[in-house]
Design a protein around this ligand. Structure first.
Ligand code: A2P
Length: 337
């Protein structure tokens, strides 16, 4: 079978990569429709070596679309995803609009693929990039030893904020190297040569929305509301690839060697853990432009009898967003074969 596929947000940082990965993995596309706002309607995007004209989402009739991949922000998803689903499409939504809804599955392809089968609203949610890479690595450890608590600090690249943030980092870096002043636009403070302890919006408990996503999404995907998650999200001046320092506490003791062996078998995970200079994954040397979730610095926590430390890095636009969305589309396609 071949599928009529719509990309909503086709001109964005994630949309562009969705187009690349659909072609790269030879997804069985019959007709590809590229949608964005009226600002970019009439322009073109590249798909499989050809130009596709971008259409205005607001004026588009979704009849005949089989699979719609949404990555155009939460409010666009809220407004349009139900319309596409009502017209018969399966919507795979990269925004946070539906992730918390009990009747919308939240799926990491390697972790809980079966959850996708129950989608009464025709909508499947793609997890947040930071949750995605963390759980690809932690799920096999959780199954073996039962994770009770996760302490995580993230080092998130600017591409997660979108195309304007990539441009802002480039512009500020160039300006500062030329001894010029910079005025922050996308981020509240200067991002070049800086670290900003802030992702999303502040909530009443002092955490930010990006931090609370790690709490709620982890519990939903692992199907375990007892897991405690304490997150600090920071934005760093890196273009592509999120890094995470993750500390877990398990019910059963898990040695570093056992954890390493489990991770070496885990689908979508690549262990890079030589105790030597450069023997660990980084956003630039390993993750950027690549598919796997890379794990290194695996060690037993000297401050806790059942604690384990890991360093988890992935391309936030690929596994953290577009790749997982395409993997979910592949699972949907497989149902109809
Ligand atoms: P456009 O290029 O027309 O603004 P990013 O995350 O890189 O900023 O990309 C966001 C994507 O979402 C872009 O493709 C953008 O299209 C699209 N988008 C944003 N707002 C809307 C909207 N109201 N309707 C349709 N597409 C939208």
């Amino acid at each position: 079978a071949r599928f009529n596929v719509a990309i909503v947000g086709a001109t964005g940082a994630v949309g562009e990569t969705l187009l690349e990965i659909l072609a790269e993995r030879r997804f069985p596309v019959a007709n590809l429709v590229a949608l964005a706002s009226e600002r970019s309607a009439g322009g073109t995007v590249k798909f499989d070596g050809r130009d596709v004209v971008v259409q205005d989402l607001a004026g588009f009739d979704p009849a005949g679309i089989d699979i719609a991949l949404f990555s155009a922000g939460g409010s666009t998803s809220k407004d349009y995803a139900p319309k596409f689903a009502a017209a018969g499409a399966v919507v795979i939504d990269n925004s946070s609009a539906f992730r918390g809804d009990a009747d919308v599955p939240l799926v990491v392809a390697e972790v809980n693929p079966d959850a996708l089968k129950q989608r009464p609203r025709g909508i499947v949610a793609n997890p947040n990039c930071s949750t995605m890479q963390m759980l690809a690595a932690l799920a096999p450890l959780h199954r073996r030893a039962g994770i009770e608590r996760i302490n995580v600090a993230t080092y998130q690249s600017v591409s997660g904020t979108g195309r304007r943030a990539l441009e802002e980092l480039g512009r500020q870096t160039a300006a500062l190297l030329g001894f010029q002043e910079v005025t922050p636009e996308v981020y509240p403070v200067q991002i070049a040569f800086n670290v900003i302890p802030h992702g999303g919006d502040f909530t009443d408990n002092g955490y930010t929305t990006e931090e609370m996503k790690l709490v709620h999404e982890t519990r939903k995907i692992l199907g375990d509301d007892s897991i405690m998650v304490n997150a600090t999200v920071a934005r760093v001046p890196v273009f592509y690839g999120h890094s995470e320092a993750v500390h877990i506490e398990t019910r059963e003791k898990l040695s570093a060697a056992e954890a390493r062996a489990l991770l070496e078998q885990a689908p979508g995970v690549s262990v890079v853990d030589d105790h030597a200079d450069g023997g660990y994954p980084t956003a630039v040397t390993h993750a950027s432009g690549k598919d796997p979730v890379f794990v290194g610095r695996i060690r037993e926590d000297i401050s806790h009898p059942r604690g384990l430390d890991l360093w988890i890095v992935a391309d936030n636009i690929r596994k953290g967003a577009a790749l997982n969305a395409v993997q979910l589309a592949e699972l949907v396609a497989a149902e109809r074969d």
